[in-house]
Design a protein around this ligand. Structure first.
Ligand code: MRU
Length: 346
Protein backbone atom coordinates (compact mmCIF):
# COMPACT_ATOMS: atom_id res chain seq x y z
CA UNK A 1 0.00 0.00 0.00
CA UNK A 2 1.22 3.50 -0.83
CA UNK A 3 1.22 6.22 1.86
CA UNK A 4 -0.61 8.65 -0.46
CA UNK A 5 -2.92 7.36 -3.21
CA UNK A 6 -6.05 8.09 -5.24
CA UNK A 7 -8.91 5.61 -5.03
CA UNK A 8 -12.69 5.78 -5.56
CA UNK A 9 -12.61 9.45 -6.50
CA UNK A 10 -10.84 10.59 -3.35
CA UNK A 11 -7.43 11.02 -1.78
CA UNK A 12 -6.39 8.28 0.63
CA UNK A 13 -3.67 8.60 3.24
CA UNK A 14 -2.20 6.25 5.81
CA UNK A 15 -3.02 8.00 9.10
CA UNK A 16 0.41 8.46 10.66
CA UNK A 17 -0.97 9.67 13.96
CA UNK A 18 -2.43 6.21 14.61
CA UNK A 19 0.71 4.14 13.95
CA UNK A 20 2.08 1.88 15.34
CA UNK A 21 -1.12 0.97 17.23
CA UNK A 22 -3.31 0.85 14.12
CA UNK A 23 -2.81 0.92 10.36
CA UNK A 24 -5.73 3.06 9.23
CA UNK A 25 -6.45 4.83 5.96
CA UNK A 26 -8.35 8.13 5.87
CA UNK A 27 -10.33 9.36 2.84
CA UNK A 28 -10.24 13.05 1.92
CA UNK A 29 -12.73 14.71 -0.42
CA UNK A 30 -11.85 18.41 -0.30
CA UNK A 31 -9.00 20.86 -0.46
CA UNK A 32 -9.62 21.98 3.12
CA UNK A 33 -9.57 18.39 4.42
CA UNK A 34 -6.23 17.92 2.64
CA UNK A 35 -4.78 21.12 4.12
CA UNK A 36 -5.94 20.05 7.60
CA UNK A 37 -4.40 16.58 7.16
CA UNK A 38 -1.04 18.12 6.25
CA UNK A 39 -1.16 20.59 9.14
CA UNK A 40 -2.11 17.94 11.70
CA UNK A 41 0.58 15.58 10.35
CA UNK A 42 -1.93 12.87 9.47
CA UNK A 43 0.39 12.82 6.45
CA UNK A 44 3.99 13.96 7.01
CA UNK A 45 7.46 13.74 5.47
CA UNK A 46 8.57 16.20 2.80
CA UNK A 47 7.79 14.19 -0.39
CA UNK A 48 4.56 12.75 1.05
CA UNK A 49 3.12 16.17 1.83
CA UNK A 50 4.13 17.33 -1.68
CA UNK A 51 2.17 14.47 -3.28
CA UNK A 52 -0.78 15.02 -0.93
CA UNK A 53 -0.86 18.73 -1.86
CA UNK A 54 -0.88 17.83 -5.58
CA UNK A 55 -3.92 15.58 -5.06
CA UNK A 56 -5.46 18.34 -2.90
CA UNK A 57 -5.32 20.66 -5.92
CA UNK A 58 -6.92 17.94 -8.05
CA UNK A 59 -9.73 17.71 -5.48
CA UNK A 60 -10.17 21.50 -5.61
CA UNK A 61 -10.36 21.39 -9.42
CA UNK A 62 -12.98 18.61 -9.42
CA UNK A 63 -15.31 20.37 -7.01
CA UNK A 64 -14.94 23.80 -8.65
CA UNK A 65 -17.96 25.53 -10.18
CA UNK A 66 -15.70 27.72 -12.38
CA UNK A 67 -17.15 28.47 -15.82
CA UNK A 68 -13.86 29.20 -17.57
CA UNK A 69 -10.28 28.00 -17.48
CA UNK A 70 -9.05 31.36 -16.18
CA UNK A 71 -11.61 31.33 -13.36
CA UNK A 72 -10.51 27.81 -12.41
CA UNK A 73 -6.83 28.78 -12.50
CA UNK A 74 -7.47 31.74 -10.22
CA UNK A 75 -9.22 29.41 -7.74
CA UNK A 76 -6.36 26.92 -7.89
CA UNK A 77 -3.72 29.64 -7.36
CA UNK A 78 -5.58 30.55 -4.14
CA UNK A 79 -5.86 26.87 -3.19
CA UNK A 80 -2.10 26.53 -3.76
CA UNK A 81 -1.43 29.41 -1.34
CA UNK A 82 -3.64 27.72 1.28
CA UNK A 83 -1.69 24.48 0.92
CA UNK A 84 1.72 26.17 1.00
CA UNK A 85 1.03 27.80 4.37
CA UNK A 86 0.21 24.49 6.08
CA UNK A 87 3.89 23.54 6.59
CA UNK A 88 6.51 26.06 5.52
CA UNK A 89 9.86 24.25 5.82
CA UNK A 90 9.59 21.32 3.39
CA UNK A 91 10.06 22.83 -0.06
CA UNK A 92 8.54 19.76 -1.74
CA UNK A 93 5.10 21.10 -0.88
CA UNK A 94 5.64 24.40 -2.73
CA UNK A 95 7.47 22.50 -5.49
CA UNK A 96 4.47 20.19 -6.09
CA UNK A 97 1.98 23.09 -6.02
CA UNK A 98 4.08 25.06 -8.54
CA UNK A 99 4.49 22.04 -10.79
CA UNK A 100 0.71 21.47 -10.82
CA UNK A 101 -0.05 25.13 -11.53
CA UNK A 102 2.67 25.32 -14.20
CA UNK A 103 1.16 22.35 -16.06
CA UNK A 104 -2.35 23.81 -15.90
CA UNK A 105 -1.22 27.33 -16.91
CA UNK A 106 0.44 25.98 -20.04
CA UNK A 107 -2.65 24.04 -21.23
CA UNK A 108 -5.89 25.29 -22.68
CA UNK A 109 -9.22 23.52 -22.23
CA UNK A 110 -12.53 23.54 -20.42
CA UNK A 111 -12.61 23.46 -16.60
CA UNK A 112 -13.57 19.77 -16.78
CA UNK A 113 -10.61 19.00 -19.04
CA UNK A 114 -8.25 20.92 -16.75
CA UNK A 115 -9.65 19.02 -13.76
CA UNK A 116 -8.79 15.72 -15.46
CA UNK A 117 -5.34 17.04 -16.29
CA UNK A 118 -4.81 18.09 -12.66
CA UNK A 119 -5.56 14.58 -11.46
CA UNK A 120 -3.26 13.05 -14.10
CA UNK A 121 -0.41 15.39 -13.10
CA UNK A 122 -0.87 14.61 -9.38
CA UNK A 123 -0.74 10.90 -10.23
CA UNK A 124 2.46 11.49 -12.25
CA UNK A 125 4.05 13.29 -9.28
CA UNK A 126 3.18 10.33 -7.04
CA UNK A 127 4.44 7.72 -9.51
CA UNK A 128 7.68 9.60 -10.18
CA UNK A 129 8.29 9.88 -6.44
CA UNK A 130 8.37 6.08 -6.16
CA UNK A 131 10.81 5.75 -9.09
CA UNK A 132 13.06 8.49 -7.68
CA UNK A 133 13.15 6.79 -4.27
CA UNK A 134 14.11 3.48 -5.85
CA UNK A 135 16.96 5.17 -7.76
CA UNK A 136 18.23 6.93 -4.62
CA UNK A 137 18.13 3.58 -2.85
CA UNK A 138 20.46 1.97 -5.39
CA UNK A 139 22.82 4.98 -5.53
CA UNK A 140 22.95 5.43 -1.75
CA UNK A 141 23.38 1.73 -0.98
CA UNK A 142 26.86 1.92 -2.53
CA UNK A 143 27.89 4.02 0.48
CA UNK A 144 26.76 1.33 2.92
CA UNK A 145 29.08 -1.54 3.85
CA UNK A 146 28.21 -5.04 5.00
CA UNK A 147 28.12 -5.02 8.82
CA UNK A 148 27.49 -1.28 9.25
CA UNK A 149 25.75 0.12 12.29
CA UNK A 150 23.85 3.22 11.20
CA UNK A 151 22.17 6.00 13.18
CA UNK A 152 18.97 7.15 11.44
CA UNK A 153 17.02 10.28 12.40
CA UNK A 154 13.25 10.89 12.17
CA UNK A 155 11.21 8.85 9.68
CA UNK A 156 12.34 8.81 6.07
CA UNK A 157 10.76 5.54 4.99
CA UNK A 158 7.73 4.63 2.87
CA UNK A 159 5.59 6.65 5.28
CA UNK A 160 7.49 9.89 4.56
CA UNK A 161 7.17 9.57 0.77
CA UNK A 162 4.70 7.93 -1.60
CA UNK A 163 6.53 4.61 -1.34
CA UNK A 164 9.96 3.11 -0.48
CA UNK A 165 11.76 5.99 1.32
CA UNK A 166 14.74 8.34 1.09
CA UNK A 167 17.37 7.62 3.79
CA UNK A 168 15.43 4.58 4.97
CA UNK A 169 15.06 3.62 1.29
CA UNK A 170 18.87 3.45 1.09
CA UNK A 171 18.89 1.20 4.16
CA UNK A 172 16.15 -0.98 2.64
CA UNK A 173 18.03 -1.34 -0.63
CA UNK A 174 21.29 -2.22 1.14
CA UNK A 175 19.39 -4.80 3.20
CA UNK A 176 17.82 -6.25 0.03
CA UNK A 177 21.33 -6.57 -1.42
CA UNK A 178 22.18 -8.87 1.49
CA UNK A 179 24.24 -6.43 3.55
CA UNK A 180 23.98 -7.12 7.27
CA UNK A 181 22.97 -3.91 9.01
CA UNK A 182 22.07 -2.72 12.46
CA UNK A 183 20.07 0.49 12.78
CA UNK A 184 20.09 2.72 15.85
CA UNK A 185 16.78 4.56 15.55
CA UNK A 186 16.75 8.06 17.05
CA UNK A 187 13.36 8.28 18.77
CA UNK A 188 13.00 11.88 17.46
CA UNK A 189 11.33 13.96 20.14
CA UNK A 190 8.83 15.48 20.38
CA UNK A 191 6.55 13.55 17.99
CA UNK A 192 8.59 10.32 18.03
CA UNK A 193 8.64 9.73 14.27
CA UNK A 194 11.64 7.43 14.85
CA UNK A 195 10.27 5.41 17.76
CA UNK A 196 6.75 5.13 16.32
CA UNK A 197 7.17 5.07 12.54
CA UNK A 198 10.75 4.11 11.63
CA UNK A 199 10.75 1.28 14.18
CA UNK A 200 7.41 0.05 12.80
CA UNK A 201 8.74 0.11 9.25
CA UNK A 202 12.02 -1.64 10.12
CA UNK A 203 10.04 -4.34 11.87
CA UNK A 204 7.99 -4.90 8.68
CA UNK A 205 11.17 -5.18 6.59
CA UNK A 206 12.98 -7.51 9.02
CA UNK A 207 15.91 -5.11 9.45
CA UNK A 208 17.53 -5.37 12.91
CA UNK A 209 17.21 -2.18 14.98
CA UNK A 210 17.24 -0.70 18.44
CA UNK A 211 15.60 2.55 19.50
CA UNK A 212 17.76 5.12 21.27
CA UNK A 213 16.69 8.45 22.76
CA UNK A 214 18.10 11.34 20.75
CA UNK A 215 20.55 12.30 23.48
CA UNK A 216 22.26 8.87 23.30
CA UNK A 217 23.57 9.29 19.74
CA UNK A 218 26.78 11.03 20.87
CA UNK A 219 27.51 8.19 23.29
CA UNK A 220 27.32 5.50 20.61
CA UNK A 221 29.33 7.57 18.14
CA UNK A 222 32.07 8.18 20.71
CA UNK A 223 32.15 4.48 21.66
CA UNK A 224 33.13 3.69 18.06
CA UNK A 225 29.97 1.62 17.57
CA UNK A 226 28.59 3.54 14.56
CA UNK A 227 29.90 3.62 10.97
CA UNK A 228 27.38 5.94 9.26
CA UNK A 229 24.79 8.58 10.10
CA UNK A 230 21.94 9.02 7.63
CA UNK A 231 18.85 11.23 7.41
CA UNK A 232 16.58 12.92 4.88
CA UNK A 233 15.97 16.66 4.54
CA UNK A 234 13.06 19.02 4.21
CA UNK A 235 14.98 21.65 2.27
CA UNK A 236 18.60 22.01 1.19
CA UNK A 237 19.92 25.48 0.35
CA UNK A 238 22.21 26.21 -2.61
CA UNK A 239 25.30 26.00 -0.40
CA UNK A 240 24.39 22.54 0.95
CA UNK A 241 23.03 23.65 4.36
CA UNK A 242 20.44 21.01 5.33
CA UNK A 243 17.13 21.82 7.06
CA UNK A 244 15.85 18.61 8.58
CA UNK A 245 13.96 17.34 11.61
CA UNK A 246 15.00 19.02 14.85
CA UNK A 247 18.02 17.22 16.34
CA UNK A 248 19.81 16.64 13.03
CA UNK A 249 22.31 19.44 13.75
CA UNK A 250 23.42 17.96 17.09
CA UNK A 251 23.65 14.50 15.52
CA UNK A 252 25.77 15.77 12.61
CA UNK A 253 28.04 17.69 15.02
CA UNK A 254 28.65 14.57 17.07
CA UNK A 255 29.27 12.55 13.89
CA UNK A 256 31.84 15.10 12.64
CA UNK A 257 33.61 15.17 16.01
CA UNK A 258 34.02 11.42 15.79
CA UNK A 259 35.01 11.24 12.12
CA UNK A 260 31.81 9.42 11.10
CA UNK A 261 30.26 10.37 7.72
CA UNK A 262 26.78 11.96 7.78
CA UNK A 263 24.69 11.68 4.60
CA UNK A 264 21.46 13.40 3.66
CA UNK A 265 19.28 11.55 1.12
CA UNK A 266 16.85 13.68 -0.90
CA UNK A 267 15.05 13.89 -4.22
CA UNK A 268 16.26 16.84 -6.32
CA UNK A 269 12.89 18.51 -5.55
CA UNK A 270 14.10 19.04 -1.95
CA UNK A 271 17.04 21.19 -3.14
CA UNK A 272 16.14 24.88 -3.22
CA UNK A 273 18.75 26.68 -5.32
CA UNK A 274 16.84 29.95 -4.88
CA UNK A 275 18.08 30.22 -1.27
CA UNK A 276 21.80 30.98 -0.90
CA UNK A 277 22.16 29.48 2.58
CA UNK A 278 20.24 27.68 5.31
CA UNK A 279 19.63 30.83 7.36
CA UNK A 280 17.02 31.80 4.75
CA UNK A 281 14.96 28.60 5.18
CA UNK A 282 11.71 29.22 7.11
CA UNK A 283 11.57 27.05 10.22
CA UNK A 284 8.14 25.88 11.30
CA UNK A 285 7.41 26.35 15.00
CA UNK A 286 4.69 24.00 16.22
CA UNK A 287 2.56 23.96 19.35
CA UNK A 288 4.39 23.62 22.66
CA UNK A 289 1.82 20.97 23.59
CA UNK A 290 3.81 18.49 21.47
CA UNK A 291 6.74 18.96 23.88
CA UNK A 292 4.76 19.19 27.11
CA UNK A 293 2.76 16.03 26.41
CA UNK A 294 4.95 13.06 25.74
CA UNK A 295 2.92 11.74 22.80
CA UNK A 296 0.69 13.17 20.11
CA UNK A 297 -2.43 13.04 22.28
CA UNK A 298 -0.79 11.66 25.37
CA UNK A 299 -0.55 12.52 29.03
CA UNK A 300 1.07 15.68 30.28
CA UNK A 301 4.44 14.95 31.95
CA UNK A 302 5.37 18.54 32.76
CA UNK A 303 4.16 20.98 35.44
CA UNK A 304 0.78 22.57 34.80
CA UNK A 305 1.25 25.94 33.03
CA UNK A 306 4.81 25.03 31.95
CA UNK A 307 5.75 26.66 28.65
CA UNK A 308 7.71 25.09 25.81
CA UNK A 309 9.40 25.94 22.52
CA UNK A 310 8.96 23.62 19.56
CA UNK A 311 10.94 24.40 16.39
CA UNK A 312 10.19 21.40 14.17
CA UNK A 313 13.43 21.60 12.15
CA UNK A 314 17.01 22.81 12.42
CA UNK A 315 19.66 23.73 9.88
CA UNK A 316 22.87 21.69 9.71
CA UNK A 317 25.71 23.71 8.17
CA UNK A 318 27.21 22.21 5.03
CA UNK A 319 30.62 21.63 6.69
CA UNK A 320 28.99 18.80 8.72
CA UNK A 321 27.49 17.06 5.67
CA UNK A 322 29.72 14.42 4.00
CA UNK A 323 27.53 13.92 0.94
CA UNK A 324 24.02 14.43 -0.41
CA UNK A 325 22.46 11.41 -2.14
CA UNK A 326 20.02 12.31 -4.95
CA UNK A 327 18.39 10.34 -7.76
CA UNK A 328 21.03 11.83 -10.05
CA UNK A 329 24.05 10.71 -8.00
CA UNK A 330 25.92 11.57 -4.80
CA UNK A 331 26.85 15.25 -4.44
CA UNK A 332 30.08 16.01 -2.56
CA UNK A 333 31.50 19.37 -1.42
CA UNK A 334 31.92 22.07 -2.56
CA UNK A 335 28.11 21.99 -2.64
CA UNK A 336 27.73 25.53 -4.07
CA UNK A 337 29.55 24.32 -7.17
CA UNK A 338 28.22 20.78 -7.41
CA UNK A 339 24.55 20.95 -6.37
CA UNK A 340 23.31 22.73 -9.54
CA UNK A 341 24.81 19.95 -11.71
CA UNK A 342 22.70 17.36 -9.87
CA UNK A 343 19.48 19.39 -9.67
CA UNK A 344 19.44 20.07 -13.42
CA UNK A 345 21.64 17.33 -14.94
CA UNK A 346 22.33 17.57 -18.70
O1 MRU B 1 7.88 16.95 10.58
P1 MRU B 1 7.97 15.76 9.65
O2 MRU B 1 7.75 14.46 10.33
O3 MRU B 1 7.15 15.94 8.41
O4 MRU B 1 9.48 15.82 9.22
C1 MRU B 1 9.97 14.87 8.34
C2 MRU B 1 11.44 14.86 8.28
O5 MRU B 1 12.14 15.67 8.81
C3 MRU B 1 12.00 13.87 7.39
O6 MRU B 1 13.16 13.38 7.91
C4 MRU B 1 12.15 14.61 6.06
O7 MRU B 1 10.85 14.99 5.62
C5 MRU B 1 12.77 13.98 5.00
S1 MRU B 1 12.25 12.38 4.74
C6 MRU B 1 11.62 11.95 3.39
Amino acid sequence: MRTVFWENDCLKLIDQRRLPEALEVVSLHTLMETAAAIRSMTVRGAPAIGAAAAFGLALAARSSQARSASELLAELEAAGETLKTTRPTAVNLAWAVERMLGTLRSTSGTPTELGKLALAEAQRIADEDVQVNRRMGVIGAELIADGDTIIHHCNTGALAVVDWGTALGVIRTAHEQGKRLHILVDETRPLLQGARLTAWELQQYGIPYEIISDNMAGYFLRMGQVQKVIFGADRIAANGDVANKIGTYMLALAAKDNGIPAYSVVPASTIDLSLAHGGLIPIEERSGAEVLNIQLAGERVTPKNAKARNPAFDVTPNRLISGIVTENGVVYPPFEVNLPKFVNPK
